[in-house]
Design a protein around this ligand. Structure first.
Ligand code: PLP
Length: 426
C-alpha cells in the first residue's frame, strides 16, 4: 500500500496480507488454541515479553491480530487489543488504570449496560464512578480529586443519538493529567476519529456497526499512544516494575503502545475474555464494508427522521442530523458525514401507542440491539427501562411515549412503508 492509504482502503487491507504458506487471500481463521515454539530459547523469550509471538489463543491469535491492526489503523491509534465483547474491553481498560478506592468520571448519557457495569459490577473492585453531564463540561472539575484516574464518554451517546464536545472534555482531562476514554461504538471511526479530537483510549463494541451484521460479539481497545503513563505512582500497572516479567516497567519498555500491552499481558491474560478466531474473522469481514454501510445507515436514518417529523401521530423526533435539532451544531463539527443510525422519537399516544407500534411492524425487528444491517426497533419503557419510575424513564430519554430506532440499510421505501403501516394501526 502507498503511504497514507485512505479510509476505504484501510477498511479492506489494514493488517492483512495473503497467507505466506498457502496464498489464501482472505484472512484465515486460525482455529487453534496453541502454537509450536521454534526452540526452548524462543519459548522463553515469548514468555518473558522479549519477543512478540503467538503462545496461546487466550492471549493472542493471528486472526485476532489482523482485526487489531485494522481497527488501530481506522482509529489512528498505535495498537489495539480485540476481546470477547464491548463490556470485556471496558473491564480490561479500567483494570489497567484503577486501584481499589480510585474513581473515574463517566458521562450520565451512556449505553444502559455500561451504566450497570460502572455503577454496580465495578463496586466489587471498589472502583467508584462519578456521573457527569456532558452538556455541562464546566461541572466536571468539581468532581475531580487526587484519586480520579480517567474520564469516560461516548462520542455519540446511546440511546438519544447525542453528540458530545470531545475536544472540550479532552481539554479538562489534559489539564488534570487524566486519560480520556471514548466509547466510539455508535459513531465508528467512519463518522468520528476521537483520537484526532484529544481522546487517549478508544473502546468499541464491535458487536454493533463495526461488525455490522448482528452475528458476532466482540470488543476492542485502541491505544492512542498519546498519554504519558510515567507519572509516578498514579498508574502503577504501567509505571511500576512487574514481578512476573522480571521487573519490566511496561511504559518504559513499550512506549506509545504500553497501554495496549498492559491490557493484553495482564488484563486479558488473567481475566480471560478472549475473542474466538471465528468471531474475529466475521468482524473483519464486516469491517471491509464499514464505510459503505455507515453512509447508507446515515442517509436512511436522515430520511426516516425527516419523514417521521411530518407524521401526525408523531409528537417529536430527536435526530441530530435534522437542522432543527439542538445537537445539530456539534454533529456538523464532529461528524459532518452523518448523524448515525440510532435515534428516538415520541408517539402522541404515549405508552400504549409505543407498545402497539413495535408490535405492528412486519419487517423492522423488535429486539434489544443496534447496528445491524436490518432495521431494529425497541420501546424502552416496556423493555430495557421498565424497572424505572416514569420520572426516571423520562430523565433517561426513555419516557413512556419514546421509541428507539436503529435504521438499517434496506431500501428506504420499504423501511418507511413498514413504519407507515404500523403507525396507521396505532
Ligand atoms: C452494546 C454496547 C456496549 C457493550 O458491548 P457488548 O459487545 O454488548 O458487550 C458498549 N457501549 C455501547 C455504546 C454499546 O452500544
Amino acid at each position: 500500500m502507498k503511504n497514507n492509504p485512505g479510509f476505504n482502503t484501510l477498511a479492506i487491507h489494514a493488517g492483512a496480507a495473503p497467507d505466506p504458506s498457502t496464498g489464501a487471500r482472505a484472512t484465515p481463521i486460525y482455529q487453534t488454541t496453541s502454537f509450536v515454539f521454534n526452540d526452548a530459547d524462543h519459548a522463553a523469550s515469548l514468555f518473558g515479553l522479549q519477543a512478540f509471538g503467538n503462545i496461546y489463543t487466550r492471549i493472542m491469535n493471528p486472526t485476532q491480530a489482523v482485526l487489531e491492526e485494522r481497527v488501530a489503523a481506522l482509529e489512528g491509534g498505535t495498537a489495539a487489543l480485540a476481546v470477547a465483547s464491548g463490556h470485556a474491553a471496558q473491564l480490561l481498560v479500567f483494570h489497567a488504570i484503577m486501584s481499589p478506592g480510585d474513581n473515574f468520571l463517566a458521562a450520565r448519557q451512556l449505553y444502559g449496560g455500561s451504566v450497570n457495569q460502572f455503577g454496580n459490577a465495578f463496586k466489587s473492585f471498589d472502583w467508584r464512578v462519578r456521573w457527569v453531564d456532558t452538556a455541562d463540561i464546566a461541572s466536571f472539575e468539581s468532581q475531580i480529586d487526587e484519586r480520579t484516574k480517567a474520564i469516560f464518554i461516548e462520542s455519540l451517546a446511546n440511546p438519544g443519538g447525542t453528540f458530545v464536545d470531545i475536544a472540550g472534555i479532552s481539554a479538562v482531562a489534559r489539564k488534570h493529567g487524566l486519560p480520556l476514554i471514548v466509547d466510539n461504538t455508535m459513531a465508528t471511526p467512519y463518522l468520528i476519529r476521537p483520537i484526532e479530537h484529544g481522546a487517549d483510549i478508544i473502546v468499541h463494541s464491535l458487536t454493533k456497526f463495526m461488525g455490522g451484521h448482528g452475528n458476532s460479539m466482540g470488543g476492542v481497545i485502541v491505544d492512542g499512544g498519546t498519554f504519558d503513563w510515567s507519572k509516578s505512582g498514579k498508574y502503577p500497572i504501567l509505571s511500576e516494575p512487574r514481578p512476573e516479567y522480571a521487573g519490566m516497567v511496561l511504559h518504559a519498555t513499550f512506549g506509545n503502545f504500553a497501554f495496549a500491552i498492559a491490557c493484553r499481558v495482564l488484563g486479558l491474560r488473567d481475566f480471560g475474555p478472549a475473542i474466538s478466531p471465528f468471531n474475529a474473522f466475521l468482524l473483519l469481514t464486516g469491517i471491509e464494508t464499514l464505510p459503505l454501510r455507515m453512509q447508507r445507515h446515515c442517509d436512511n436514518a436522515l430520511a426516516v427522521a425527516t419523514w417521521l417529523g411530518t407524521h401526525d401521530k408523531v409528537a417529536w423526533v430527536n435526530y441530530a442530523g435534522l437542522e432543527s435539532n439542538a445537537n445539530h451544531g456539534l454533529q456538523q463539527k464532529y461528524a459532518p458525514k452523518g448523524a448515525g443510525a440510532v435515534f428516538t422519537f415520541g408517539l402522541k399516544g404515549g405508552y400504549e401507542a409505543g407498545k402497539r407500534f413495535v408490535e405492528g411492524l412486519e419487517m423492522v425487528s423488535h429486539l434489544a440491539n443496534i447496528g445491524d444491517t436490518r432495521s431494529l426497533v425497541i420501546h424502552p419503557a416496556s423493555t430495557t427501562h421498565r424497572q424505572l419510575t416514569e420520572e426516571q424513564q423520562t430523565a433517561a430519554g426513555a419516557g413512556p411515549e419514546v421509541v428507539r430506532l436503529s435504521v438499517g440499510i434496506e431500501d428506504i421505501s420499504d423501511i418507511i412503508a413498514d413504519l407507515e403501516q404500523s403507525l396507521a394501526k396505532v
